[in-house]
Ligand binder design. Structure first.
Ligand SMILES: [Zn+2]
Length: 264
């Protein structure tokens, strides 16, 4: 690497013509000792992880609340869309699937979770300008790979296992929020919206308040998944997200439903 020109600083490498002496010195001195700090031991969240090579790439698992897991073969249809198309063998996401489902069943205990090797949904470029589009041989329609999807009317959340494990958990929070929003008062949504700064990701889909709120919630929740310390309830939005993530909102909602049923 030859650097030319000057920065005006007497100590800067950029003044030197030819190989930067600092750079060369750094390269010439190999590390002979470990860095002067030790990694602290980490508590394994999933100590019993055993990769399961026998899981087939076209296996779709259905988790209905309070019922045994059902396994079906892909593809399966939800409404007009096809999910769980056979795809590449899933990655490490399998081993956190139970945790992802428990996240969804905590935030939205009524939701049925469908976990498929890949999620492919009919979509247009306008919906997802940043995604890779697929064309199925049997169709003229365009499809896009998704990490997850929430079907509000059906009370369904679909998760794609074709992602890394952390993303699966993050997606679980994201899609659960989409479900939860259906029972939230508009005042609560307005409160969250009021804290969001104006910005554009260059896509009407990404910029929609529905998507922004879901991304805010998943980001918020992932902090605690990683064990980051911090104030949980420093703002009204924190309080809302906390009540959502811990399942308090869902519990309140069930209580209200029961009360309404008794009053009938
Ligand atoms: Zn979303």
């Amino acid at each position: 690497m030859y650097l030319t020109g000057g920065t005006g600083r007497s100590d800067g490498c950029l003044r030197v013509k030819g190989p930067c002496p600092r750079y060369a010195a750094g390269r010439a001195k190999p590390l002979t000792r470990p860095p002067p700090f030790a990694f602290r031991s980490v508590r394994l969240r999933y100590p019993n992880f055993v990769p399961n090579p026998s899981l087939l790439s076209d296996e779709v698992r259905i988790f209905r609340p309070g019922e045994p897991v059902q396994v079906v073969r892909a593809p399966m249809s939800i409404g007009a869309e096809t999910y769980g198309l056979p795809g590449p063998v899933p990655t490490d996401a399998w081993h956190v699937l139970d945790h992802a489902v428990s996240v969804i069943h905590r935030v939205t205990p009524w939701a049925t979770v469908i976990a498929a090797p890949t999620l492919v949904a009919e979509a247009t470029y306008d919906d997802y300008p940043c995604r890779e589009f697929l064309r199925r041989r049997d169709s003229e329609k365009n499809y896009v790979k998704l990490g997850g999807r929430s079907f509000g009317n059906e009370g369904l959340i679909a998760l794609s296992l074709y992602s890394w494990s952390g993303y699966l958990i993050s997606t679980a929070y994201h899609e659960a929020w989409h479900q939860l929003e259906r029972i939230l008062d508009k005042k609560i949504l307005d409160e969250i919206d009021g804290h969001l700064i104006p910005l554009s990701w260059g896509s009407a889909y990404m910029d929609s308040m529905v998507e922004r709120r879901a991304r805010c919630f998943e980001t918020w929740a992932m902090r605690f998944e990683e064990g980051m310390p911090g104030l949980r309830l420093s703002s009204q939005v924190d309080a809302i997200f906390d009540a959502a993530a811990t399942g308090e909102i869902a519990k309140e909602w069930y209580k209200m439903q029961q009360k309404a049923a008794r009053g009938r």
